[in-house]
Ligand binder design. Structure first.
Ligand code: SF4
Length: 660
């Protein structure tokens, strides 16, 4: 049984059903104000060496021109902290007043210098006063208190400098770099992340210093979402001020995967009304980050008024931990099955074998055989345009009921009903039927589906506050102990590929993170007329995005996962080039997680739950990891990818790529 929480006990968001942005205190960062009634701020981070003043300035300008309102620059030691003054002065000389943020790990003395130069300092509470040793140390209450006293002493000078200079601070917890003290008491849990920030926040509040923004980043979207929610809940319960939140998913990766993963984490929280500043971190040049952040944020500008959603009194979903909604196993949906991908091809009349590559199924005419890649969909929805050949690779087809009813063959073909058709139909498939309904129809539908053991619901909404509307429908099903599997259907008429990725990741990913959804269907139904090639491109995008969303929400691993850092001034190799090279050799290793980190200072901590790690440890030198264990140190970079593959092979996780 899913546990039930009284909604009144949840205070991490204003409402589960009506869009409302959390009210926070405004924090001034130079000319920009984060929080309060101000728009959500877009920010990003440079990747050029901080000692390269002109290179940093040029990159900052490119970032500002791409929409970045706040720029973070790494300051790994005193010399970089001092050079922030040159970067700042040059930017101001060229007429750019964008506030700068110094990024600090391990070096309080660099933070204290930077706080006198730039408008904001980011500290990582996991390593500000602690060195990560990966040791589990048993702390008594007394020794724990001694540790806290040590932190206070180390941290107080920075708080005082910030107060004197009007410098803001971000207390930026990272899931991958919690202190041994926190790990020993809380483990690497959302609660541990929250407590890590609160240790530092209490010191700030004692000093009456409140210019603080907080973040709870992780590369695991479930952990990240839970940690931010828990933070707000604890701030409210603990009587802290409502500090603004900086949202981000760490090491999200590149291209489509990076965008989707960022949107699953950030978008889910924006739907909750949380977040005052956003940084999307991609393994791409930083000027590509701000437009993605902006596209995510812009969705909420005119969210109100949206159609009313019934309020929720008892919440059968656990917002601080992942619990999957219990669903019955119907055919290969629900139960313990991974969520299924249904790809909509209904706009293509008479699809050919060759065109099936858009849904990840490849016909090889010379062999008269079919092959499938990792993104081969489970079902295609053909609507009223049946597939004119035998279905390959165990793939199955869903047709509109009226077409299915007339179909000569029903092998691997299943009907999809509207509610009206369902109510009057006499003809059903003995194993699997699909009923498509709006969120607003769910209460009406429940009596007709309660005892069905052959049914999967396809759930959609027309509400502008889409994800919460769908979530409300899930709550109605859960309240009534209805365990039919549910496929979430979304449609984004004629939007850019980026928007489709970001919106589907938010709307479906946000539900999956909270344990709801047994499948995904991105619909073509509202698309305007396009050429056949354009529709096929659209289908391919939808198919790939569907798998990407399931993976980013950590509910179905169908590809290799790359946890690559976005790079910064510490990076010891060309991250984009190296990621592409590693990807080329390993992207057939389904479900394997590979961390690619630019430096050994933060990399091992930041790659969190990667199975293998490729970490820069010196100029031209790479250290290779299996989990958190160092396997080979200082491998020359020309040999490092081969060595990495060798480690994967020795671990029994390697397979040879298949030619398609
Ligand atoms: S892991 Fe990457 S982004 Fe993080 S500090 Fe090192 S080089 Fe910079």
């Amino acid at each position: 049984m899913n546990p039930t929480i009284q909604t009144a006990e949840l205070n991490y968001c204003d409402s589960l059903t009506s869009y409302s942005r959390r009210k926070t205190i405004p924090v001034r960062v130079g000319d920009v104000i984060i929080g309060g009634d101000n728009p959500i701020v877009v920010q990003s981070m440079t990747t050029v060496d901080t000692m390269d003043t002109m290179g940093s300035v040029e990159q900052c300008i490119r970032m500002i021109e791409s929409g970045c309102q706040l720029i973070r620059i790494t300051a790994p030691s005193i010399k970089e902290a001092k050079n922030l003054r040159n970067i700042r002065d040059e930017l101001r000389k060229r007429g750019y007043n964008t506030p700068l943020v110094a990024d600090i790990h391990f070096t309080p003395n660099a933070a204290e210098i930077a706080a006198g130069i730039v408008e904001k300092v980011r500290i990582n509470p996991g390593n500000y006063a602690d060195k990560k040793k990966f040791e589990v140390i048993e702390y008594t209450d007394e020794s724990y208190q001694e540790e806290l006293a040590r932190i206070r002493e180390r941290f107080l000078p920075l708080v005082k400098i910030c107060k004197e200079n009007g410098t803001a601070m971000r207390i930026g917890t990272n899931h991958g770099s919690l202190s041994d003290r926190i790990m020993s008491r809380y483990g690497d849990t959302p609660l541990g992340m929250v407590e890590s920030a609160l240790e530092f926040l209490r010191i700030c509040e004692d000093e009456n210093y409140h210019d603080i923004v907080i973040s709870m980043k992780s590369s695991n979207t479930q952990v990240m979402v839970q940690a931010y929610r828990l933070l707000v809940q604890k701030l409210n319960e603990g009587g802290f001020k409502p500090y603004p939140l900086h949202l981000g998913v760490t090491e999200a990766g590149e291209a489509e995967d990076g965008r989707i993963k960022s949107a699953v984490g950030i978008g889910t929280l924006l739907e909750d009304g949380l977040g005052d500043t956003v940084r999307v971190s991609l393994t791409e040049d930083p000027e590509f980050e701000a437009p993605v952040a902006k596209a995510l944020i812009d969705r909420y500008i005119s969210r109100l008024p949206h159609a009313t959603i019934d309020p929720i009194e008892k919440y059968p979903i656990t917002p601080f931990e992942h619990t999957k909604r219990e669903s019955a196993e119907i055919y290969n949906f629900g139960g313990q099955n991974v969520p299924r991908v249904i790809t909509d091809i209904s706009r293509i009349d008479g699809i050919t074998e060759k065109e099936m590559k858009a849904v990840g199924h490849f016909y090889l005419p010379e062999l008269d055989k079919w092959k499938m890649n990792d993104l081969g969909c489970d079902f295609v929805y053909s609507g009223d345009h049946p597939i004119p050949f035998m279905l390959p690779n165990g793939m199955r087809e869903i047709q509109n009921f009226a077409t299915w009813e007339k179909s000569q063959t029903r092998e691997n073909i299943y009907p999809r009903y509207t509610f009206e058709e369902f109510q009057s139909a006499q003809d059903f498939h003995p194993q699997l039927n699909f009923l498509e309904v709006f969120d607003t129809q769910v209460s009406e539908v429940i009596p007709s589906i309660r005892n069905r053991k052959d049914l999967v619901l396809i759930l959609k909404t027309s509400n502008a506050h889409g994800m919460p509307a769908l979530r409300r429908a899930f709550v109605s099903l859960m309240d009534q102990q209805i365990q039919v599997p549910v496929v979430v259907k979304v449609s984004y008429p004629d939007q850019t590929a980026d928007q489709t990725m970001l919106y589907a990741a938010t709307d479906v990913g946000g539900l999956l993170v909270d344990g709801m959804g047994d499948g995904i269907l991105i619909s073509l139904e509202k698309e305007k007329a396009h050429t056949r090639e354009e529709v096929l491109e659209q289908i391919k995008l939808h198919n790939n995005v569907s798998f990407g969303v399931l993976q980013a929400a950590r509910t179905r691993m169908s590809k290799t996962e790359y946890i690559s850092c976005p790079s910064c001034g510490r990076t010891l190799f060309d991250l984009q080039e190296t990621t592409a090279m590693i990807r080329k050799r390993t992207d057939h290793l389904k479900g394997v997680k590979i961390g690619i980190m630019g430096c050994i200072v933060n990399g091992p901590g930041e790659m969190a739950d990667a199975d293998y790690g490729y970490v820069g440890s010196g100029k031209g030198k790479i250290t290779l990891y299996k989990g958190k264990e160092v396997i080979k140190r200082s491998v020359p970079s020309e040999k490092a990818v081969d060595e990495l593959i060798e480690i994967i092979r020795e671990d029994g996780m390697w397979s040879e790529p298949e030619a398609i």
